[in-house]
Design a protein around this ligand. Structure first.
Ligand SMILES: [Mg+2]
Length: 349
């Protein structure tokens, strides 16, 4: 069944006045791109990518999709999604299948799988084979620029929603400040609520070992992206030196990047991002490869696409999400797990 059309919609938002921040950057938000593909039977599938920053991001991505990926997707057979994914990688190889090219590939790949699932009337997990009905979720709520009162309030609210784990940003100037942040959060939540810490690439390997030992003593769940995302030697040193699991992967591209980290034992928990990872086709590859290395998968970012992927992974550990907004279709059980969506394609119901 052929794809007959692909449309691109960009949405721009005004930067927020008091943007949330981590130790690397401020995230005022800039908008998103939505891709819709239509098959010859009239079924429409949707995918997309949002931008935490970069004002021109949505327009630049729309151009990549229009000029480089749309000609590949239109006319392709929707049943050959993985083949189309491969063709898009080959087409963009000349300037590098990363960055915006990969954001575009991910958006189109998501739209194609969604279209295939909807044309058959089944959730995408049914196309791949499910392992899990429910996935544990945690709330990424503790931004670096929040003051003590704000971080305590938001973490307590997350637990009130049913989350059994929360993530906070660290990577302040000193270890003492980082410790104070975790202690502050611990006072606001029960002892059995997990706390993840994330330094967004801000430290040297030596400092990451020093701080990692402190977080280990404090019982944190994992130590996320403490050093530059591509510093594979540094990550190998961290996993050797620390008992606390080292998590990384939100800035890695495709299964090939993860293969290098897994082979070097440079990561304990893989954290693929839907956009940089390269769409559901690639996330399944990453997840299953990590499973073979006996390493857990914790998503970077949430939503129904990651949930469909994680439904099919024996090593699914945690879904990342934020506070659940009112009216959201995502349901959180009292044990902090979410149900995998039952709707066709990547829809919720
Ligand atoms: Mg992170």
């Amino acid at each position: 069944m052929k794809i007959t059309n692909l449309t691109i919609e960009t949405r721009k938002v005004d930067p927020k006045p008091n943007p949330k921040a981590d130790s690397l950057q401020e995230l005022p938000g800039s908008g998103s791109v939505t891709v819709r593909v239509e098959a010859e039977d009239g079924t429409v599938g949707e995918g997309g990518a949002s931008f935490g920053r970069i004002a021109g991001g949505p327009d630049a991505l729309a151009a990549v999709i229009e000029h480089e990926l749309k000609p590949i997707a239109v006319g392709s057979d929707v049943r050959y999604v993985a083949g189309t994914h491969r063709a898009m990688l080959v087409e963009t190889e000349y300037h590098g299948s990363a960055g915006l090219a990969m954001f575009g590939i991910a958006a189109v790949d998501t739209a194609l799988w969604d279209c295939l699932g909807k044309s058959l009337g089944v959730p995408c997990w049914q196309l791949w084979g499910r392992v899990n009905e429910r996935i544990r979720a945690y709330a990424m709520v503790g931004w670096l620029n929040f003051d003590d009162g704000e971080v305590q309030e938001v973490c307590a609210r997350a637990v009130g929603q049913g989350f059994r784990a929360v993530k906070v940003k660290v990577g302040y100037e000193t270890l003492k400040q980082d410790i104070a942040r975790v202690e502050m959060v611990r006072k606001a939540v029960d002892d059995d609520v997990g706390i993840m810490v994330d330094a967004n690439q801000s430290l040297t390997a030596a400092e990451a070992v020093r701080r990692g030992r402190a977080f280990e003593q404090m019982g944190c769940v994992w130590w996320e992206e403490p050093i530059a995302a591509d510093d594979i030697d540094g990550y190998a040193e961290l996993t050797r030196s620390l008992d606390i699991p080292v998590a990384t992967g939100e800035n890695l591209y495709t299964a090939a990047d993860f293969a290098r980290f897994l082979k070097r034992e440079a990561v304990d928990i893989v954290q693929p991002d839907l956009r940089r990872g390269g769409g559901p086709t690639a996330l399944l590859q990453v997840g299953r490869m990590a499973e073979a290395f006996r390493r857990p998968y914790a998503s970077h970012g949430g939503g129904p696409v990651q949930l469909n992927v994680m439904a099919c992974l024996g090593n699914a550990m945690y879904l990342e999400t934020g506070m659940i907004p009112e009216g959201s279709p995502m349901r959180l059980d009292t044990d902090g797990c979410v149900n995998v969506p039952e709707g066709a394609g990547f829809s919720w119901d």
